[in-house]
Design a protein around this ligand. Structure first.
Ligand code: DOR
Ligand code: ZN
Length: 433
């Protein structure tokens, strides 16, 4: 099957170029590029004029919830949400039930995704058994089964000795550790950022230091072990400063920020909407300014959503009793374009690199480019489309978004994964239908 993408502006984050040209896809691969290409024999033609053609977006921080929490999300619904949001690949966290701490679980996720997925799925294996932080998982087996990184995301690895040992193994296996930085002694019992707003709202706070002491620890351990460490969901100015300084000293550390952390502050908690309850919590305006600065100067390599679906019933409780997490796959492109690109924080090429090439390089997966011969994963973005977020239209089972009703500019128009159109004009096609 051939696919011709005509008339778009192609963003190539490797060459750092934006050029108007056509792209031809054949046999699931990028087959060629040029002007006025013709698909020849029967194929699909997508008109991308006035739109941007970019490598398929990669979200390196997603909770698909299967197995175990299928009421929140499944591999099918989560990858449909990904395709709708413009993501051709997602990297899924292991905090399922059971936790993805064995080769069998990793194989289950990969097989289910292959049969049902509307996007590629790359699983993360846990660092410790059951993510309980007591003993290491069989990290070598996890890699052999297809894990692309290790993380106990959702839980910190409290024991520094154990984390150091995990880094030694991860370094040997040449996979990164993705660290959820949280000192539970400092964060315990909190449900929002500790500061003026938490006092006003009468909620127990989570101080910035709960994140920063662990960022500092991971940097020290990365320096000592040589392990590549990726700091998940950076939310404070102090964390940005620590990562910037570590990079300047050549420590192998990378970092990500979520759209909610560069868009919202703790003021959004004021209505006690539990969709604003997330871990790490929404911080202050100066933290938002610092993560934007970190994005602009390259300290923050990756934009990832931390898509964390929960059921309506779970979220429909008092603020301090609700689970942490919000969904992000179907609002990410709009938030990146509105808050970062249109606002002049990032160029389109910088924004796209942080959603394609940079996560692909960090995880060593052969995606994130449009070079001839690579798997044909690409996304077409309409940067000028103005739309209003409606959680009822989400493909995700999770409707827990703080952005419902928000007006955004920029939306994914089409998602192609492995040469197949998985989403066009908002309509998703997966392998089951
Ligand atoms: O808000 C969050 N939700 N943060 C995490 O680290 C975990 C996630 C989840 O799994 O719900
Ligand atoms: Zn996390």
């Amino acid at each position: 099957m051939k696919l011709l993408i005509k008339g778009g502006t192609v963003l190539d984050p490797v060459a750092g170029e934006m050029v108007e040209k056509d792209i031809l896809v054949a046999g699931g691969k990028i087959a060629g590029e040029g002007s006025n290409l013709c698909s020849g024999d029967a194929g699909i033609v997508l008109d991308a004029s006035g739109k941007l053609v970019v490598p398929g977006l990669i979200d390196m921080h997603v909770h698909l919830r299967e197995p175990g929490y299928e009421a929140k999300e499944t591999i099918l619904t989560g990858t449909r949400a990904a395709a709708r949001g413009g993501f051709s690949s997602v990297v899924c966290m292991p905090n399922t039930s059971p936790v993805a701490d064995t080769a069998a679980l990793i194989s289950y996720i990969l097989n289910t995704a292959r049969e049902q997925g509307a996007a590629h799925v790359f699983p993360v294996g846990s660092i410790t058994r059951g993510s309980r932080g007591k003993e290491l998982a069989e990290m070598g087996d996890l890699k052999k089964a297809g894990a692309v990184a290790f993380s106990d995301d959702g839980m910190p690895v409290a024991n520094a000795g154990l984390m150091r040992r995990a880094m030694q193994y991860a370094r040997m296996l040449d996979l990164p550790i993705i660290s959820h930085c949280e000192d539970r002694e400092l964060s315990s019992g909190g449900s929002m950022h500790e500061g003026y707003m938490s006092t006003v709202l009468g909620l127990k706070g989570i101080p910035a230091s709960a994140e920063e002491v662990m960022v500092a620890r991971e940097i020290l351990l990365a320096g000592e072990t040589g392990c590549r460490v990726h700091i998940a969901h950076v939310s404070t100015a102090g964390s940005v400063r620590l990562v910037r300084e570590a990079k300047s000293r050549g420590i192998p550390v990378t970092a990500e920020v979520t759209p909610h952390h560069f868009t919202l502050t703790d003021e959004a908690v004021a209505g006690y909407n539990t969709s604003t309850k997330v871990n790490p919590p929404l911080r202050t305006a100066s933290d938002v300014a610092a993560v934007k600065e970190g994005l602009a100067d390259g300290t923050i390599d990756v934009i990832a959503t931390d898509h964390a679906p929960h059921t309506v019933e779970e979220k429909d409780v008092e603020y301090d009793r609700a689970p942490f997490g919000l969904v992000g796959l179907e609002t990410a492109v709009g938030l990146v374009w509105t808050e970062l690109v249109d606002a002049g924080v990032l160029t389109p090429l910088q924004a796209i690199a942080k959603m394609t090439l940079n996560p692909a390089r960090g995880l060593n997966i052969s995606r994130g480019t449009l070079n001839p011969g690579v798997d044909a994963d690409l996304t077409i973005i309409d940067p000028n489309l103005t739309w209003t977020v409606d959680a009822n239209l989400f493909e995700s089972r999770g409707k827990n978004t703080p952005f419902h009703g928000m007006k955004l500019k920029g939306q994914a128009y089409a998602t192609v994964a492995g040469g197949r159109v998985r989403m066009l004009g908002g309509a998703v096609k997966d392998l089951l239908r």
